[in-house]
Each structure stands twice: as C-alpha cells, then as structure tokens.
Write a new protein. Structure first.
Length: 168
C-alpha cells in the first residue's frame, strides 16, 4: 500500500491511524522511543500526539525539549511528503527553530495544515523555475488543556530527485 492510500484510509479508520503511527515510529529509529501517535489526518492537515511518558520526560518531569522539536519536524515533514510524490521529490530538513512558551506537563499535540493552493504557490510553481525550494512550515504545539507549549518553524528543502547530486 502506498503512502497516499494509507493516508486516505487513516482519515476514517482508527486502525489505519494506528498503523500509520507504527510506521512513523519505525521508519525513523530515533522516533521509536517517543511513541508518537497520529490522532487526525486528512489531505490538508495532520495532528500528531507526543505522549506524556517517562521516556519523553526531562529532569523536571516535563516533556523534553528535543522530543517537542521532533514532534514539530515529523508533523510538517510527513504531511508534505504525503502530498508530494516521494518518488519524484526529495524533502530534507534544512533548519529547525523552536520557541518554548510553557512547560509541558501532559501530552502534547502538534497540528500542521496546508492547502493545495499553498503547495502550488510555494513548492510546485517555484520548482518549475528553480532547482530547489526552501519552505518554512510553522507548527504550534499545545497540551490537552490548550496551553501553547511551543512555536516551531521547520524549513524544508524540496527538490526534484533529478536535481539531487550526491558524492561519496
């Protein structure tokens, strides 16, 4: 099953959201201990939860700053790659900035939303003229009580795989 088909099934099925969560946690070994959970997904938005559990806590018993930063990264990156064809476009994190507002003492929710118009204007059209684009994605993380925990900007570099040059 391809990524788009899985995303579509996960929109309406708790089982497929669980399956998608498992995939997110296993595809990137660094994510596995965090146990991120996809709570909502559609064509234009994604909400991911960082559980309040011992492995995600810092020395003050709050959610660790790096776990919150990773939540910012995966919520934006996964939605972008699910809207782009991963066989055609390479997406790589270029820069990650996080501003911390409130100590996280319960599970945290990251929600990222983009429209097809935003994708067209910021990614697809510019890629017709330039070999790569750099897009900032702003993600606000809140706890279940609505406290604003962080504001993060994940800047993603996107280019056609034909433009990727690698060396050993």
């Amino acid at each position: 099953m391809n990524l788009v088909a899985l995303r579509e099934k996960a929109e309406h099925s708790k089982f497929y959201r669980w399956l998608l969560s498992q995939g997110l946690n296993r595809m990137v070994p660094f994510n596995f201990p965090h146990k991120f959970r996809v709570e909502e997904i559609s064509t234009n938005h994604l909400q991911v939860v960082l559980p309040y559990r011992k492995r995600n806590l810092n020395h003050l018993k709050g959610l660790h700053a790096c776990a919150l930063a990773t939540l910012t990264e995966i919520s934006s990156g996964f939605l972008l790659i699910s809207k782009l064809d991963p066989k055609r476009y390479r997406i790589i994190l270029e820069k990650l900035e996080i501003e911390y507002h409130y100590q996280a003492k319960m599970e945290a929710y990251a929600r990222f939303e983009i429209t097809d118009e935003w994708m067209e204007a910021n990614i697809l059209e510019p890629l017709k003229k330039e070999p790569k684009v750099s897009v900032p994605c702003v993600i606000k993380i809140h706890d279940r009580d609505g406290n604003h925990l962080t504001t993060g900007t994940a800047r993603w570099q996107i280019k056609d795989w034909k433009q990727v040059k690698t060396s050993l």
